[in-house]
Design a protein around this ligand. Structure first.
Ligand SMILES: O=C(O)C(=O)C[C@@H](O)[C@H](O)[C@H](O)COP(=O)(O)O
Ligand SMILES: [Zn+2]
Length: 366
């Protein structure tokens, strides 16, 4: 007996006139309904990368061809090291050289790097054109395609140049996870794990119980992981679109993680790997600063390791870590602000003495 097909899950993002839906299911790329009701325009531009384009670009082009008279494409090099001005320029050049107008719809087909850059290009081209996220990695389906953070990196800091700009729709086809390299799957799991300690203790229990199924790419398990992650993100972003408060909790593990990414050179560690290791460090700091019990840090370390993620950070040197973290967007007046866990399922912003951070770095790097 064959398993019954998974239904299309819709998670709404409620942001007044900027509201949109996240669609989650296998088979969405080829389903006509995924593409209906997008903004009308004469043309669309698909932005993808050299890894994803050979797999899915023609299928997306075929669907868009039913709605737009002209479909342009731009295929960029793959990797975090290419989330830069050169790639952004390539998108803008393509838009201008094909006489794209203010209604042209940009379609981001790829992972977080493609999504962030396409969104940023959409935000600035002619002061704003519509865009659609078609995330093809677990990380982008559970996190980066949702909520409207768009950016490129700067050699001195991660995501330092960008804009808040919401997509019109997110189309998360779970079948695209079939082709994901294991390292990328693990990287996506880091952002899934993040949602437990910051917002939903029961979800953390569920992840622990279902991690083997997720690693084996069980579709029903993946569907629930993507759905619950998006629901939590929708709840947070719906309250604080531009991160003046609670949205910062989505940065759990990122203060240390961004320092690792920038310090190592973009692309050396995947974003999710750096976040996984950064969560081990942030959990340690949550314990040392209190009130989390030592068992919390041990639990996070075990889960993150089981997910295939690094739990030991690179030895960049304490001073270098501190220097990098002082540039972080959450720092205020040069004081580093960490997202720490206050109780299972609850996070808040905290500063910490440099000496305590140094202890954590000593403990968690090699
Ligand atoms: O959407 C958010 O808000 C997040 O913080 C999600 C993060 O996982 C994501 O990596 C984000 O791009 C980081 O944002 P930044 O503002 O710290 O650059
Ligand atoms: Zn992240």
């Amino acid at each position: 007996m064959s398993a019954s097909p998974l239904p299309v899950i819709t998670v709404p993002i409620a942001l007044d006139e900027r509201s949109y839906d996240i669609l989650i299911a296998p088979g969405l790329l080829d389903a006509a309904s995924s593409w209906q009701g997008l903004p009308k325009a004469a043309s669309a531009l698909i932005v993808s990368n050299e890894t994803v384009a050979p797999l899915y670009l023609e299928r997306v082009r075929a669907q868009l061809g039913r709605h737009y008279a002209r479909i342009e494409t731009v295929v960029l090099p793959d990797g975090e090291q290419h989330k830069d001005w050169a790639s952004l320029n390539a998108i803008i050049d393509k838009l201008l050289s094909t006489a794209s107008d203010r209604k042209t719809v940009l379609v981001a087909l790829g992972g977080g790097v493609i999504g962030d850059m396409t969104g940023f290009a959409a935000a600035i081209y002619m002061r704003g054109v519509p865009f659609v996220q078609v995330p093809t990695t677990l990380l982008s389906q559970v996190d980066s395609s949702v909520g409207g953070k768009t950016a490129i990196n700067h050699p001195l800091g991660k995501n330092m140049v960008g804009a808040f700009y919401q997509p019109q729709r997110v189309i998360a086809d779970l079948d695209t996870l079939d082709t994901l390299p294991p390292r990328e799957l693990s990287a996506g799991l880091a952002e899934v794990i993040k949602y437990g300690p910051i917002a939903d203790a029961a979800f953390l229990d569920w992840i622990e119980a279902n991690l083997n199924a997720l690693l084996a790419r069980d579709k029903a398990a993946l569907a629930y992981a993507v759905q619950r992650s998006c629901e939590i993100k929708a709840w947070v972003v719906g309250q604080d679109e531009r991160e003046s408060g609670i949205r910062a909790i989505l940065n759990f593990g990122h203060t240390f993680g961004h320092a690792i990414e920038t310090g190592m050179g973009y692309g050396e560690w995947l974003h999710g790997e750096a976040v996984g290791c950064g969560m081990v460090m942030a959990a340690e700091l949550s314990v040392r600063l209190g009130p989390m019990p030592a068992e919390f840090a041990a639990r996070m370390r075990r889960l993150i390791e089981r997910a295939g993620l690094p739990v030991v950070g690179p030895k960049l040197g304490t001073e270098r870590y501190l220097e990098l973290m002082r540039v972080d967007k959450k720092a205020e007046g040069g004081e580093i602000r960490f997202v720490l866990i206050e109780a299972m399922g609850r996070a808040g912003m905290h500063s910490a003495p440099d000496a305590l951070v140094a202890e954590v770095l000593d403990h968690c790097t090699a």
